[in-house]
Design a protein around this ligand. Structure first.
Ligand code: C5P
Length: 247
């Protein structure tokens, strides 16, 4: 069956502090979105790429015209849609434009510009082997605590306190591309429309929506190169990787 890759690029990127939407932030000679699209083309797993960008961003739309031409050269259908108010809405908008005959879909963040082909290939292989949902992930190196608001005894100063320490062996830091059977992901997004506002606000990836259906979500090895460019330090690392021996 054929695979579509949804690239979500409709975020504001405020934590990067660059003053432009994150997908347009330059990395080396090109904007982040161009790196993400070219990474998908290089992996050779997509029949279609569907990009969600901010509705009013004429500059990003122009960048997409150039990327669309490159995709066409590679025989890949290229579609651009207006993103939504949150990541989940942007994915849903893109899913609506996935071509008939598509069997699987990967959802990828534009903010992970250096994702290696190997990760796309591992996700694709698990889908071929019958997974209906598969995500790339890494073991965590830090110890992770769960916390809640708390006040210091003497001054009442508002801090947080530790509620628990989940066993690090069982924790994974999750990345994209996340791969799905298309019908399953569409059903998962329809189901999410029934969530209350509080539950909806806690959705940070697509796998969560499939988990809510009770389906299995399989995990393949991610890559340190797939890190999400979120802070100025991440951008510095990405620049160094483009130039240096890590590439
Ligand atoms: O905010 P966060 O870093 O988790 O965003 C992850 C990805 O989701 C980014 O690539 C961003 O462009 C995308 N996004 C989107 N539409 C939104 C918010 C985020 O496509 N409304």
């Amino acid at each position: 069956g054929s695979c579509a890759v949804v690239i979500v690029a409709a975020g504001s990127g405020q934590r990067l502090g660059h003053g432009v939407p994150k997908a347009r932030v330059p990395l080396g000679r090109e904007p982040l979105l161009a790196h993400a699209v070219k990474g998908v083309l290089k992996a050779g797993i997509a029949a279609q790429i569907c990009v969600a960008i901010p509705a009013d961003d004429a500059e990003l739309a122009e960048i997409c015209r150039g990327l669309g031409a490159e995709a066409a050269t590679a025989g890949v259908k290229f579609t651009v849609v207006d993103g939504g108010a949150d990541r989940s809405a942007s994915v849903a908008a893109a899913l609506a434009e996935v071509a008939d005959g598509t069997t699987t879909v990967m959802v990828h963040d534009a903010a992970r510009p250096l994702t290696p082909s190997g990760v796309f290939n591992r996700v694709a292989a698990a889908l071929r082997d019958g997974a209906t949902a598969v995500i790339p992930a890494l073991a965590v190196t830090d110890t992770i605590k769960t916390v809640q608001p708390a006040n210091l005894p003497r001054t009442g100063a508002g801090l947080e306190k530790v509620v628990g320490t989940p066993s690090r062996d069982q924790l994974r830091a999750v990345q994209t591309p996340q791969g799905f059977d298309l019908a399953t992901l569409r059903r998962a997004h329809e189901n999410a429309l029934t969530f209350d506002a509080e539950t909806a606000s806690r959705i940070t990836d697509d796998a969560m929506l499939v988990e809510a259906l009770g389906d299995e979500v399989y995990v393949v090895q991610g890559s340190t190169h797939s890190f999400k460019v979120t802070t100025p330090m991440d951008l510095l690392l990405a620049e160094a990787m483009l130039e240096g021996p890590l590439r």
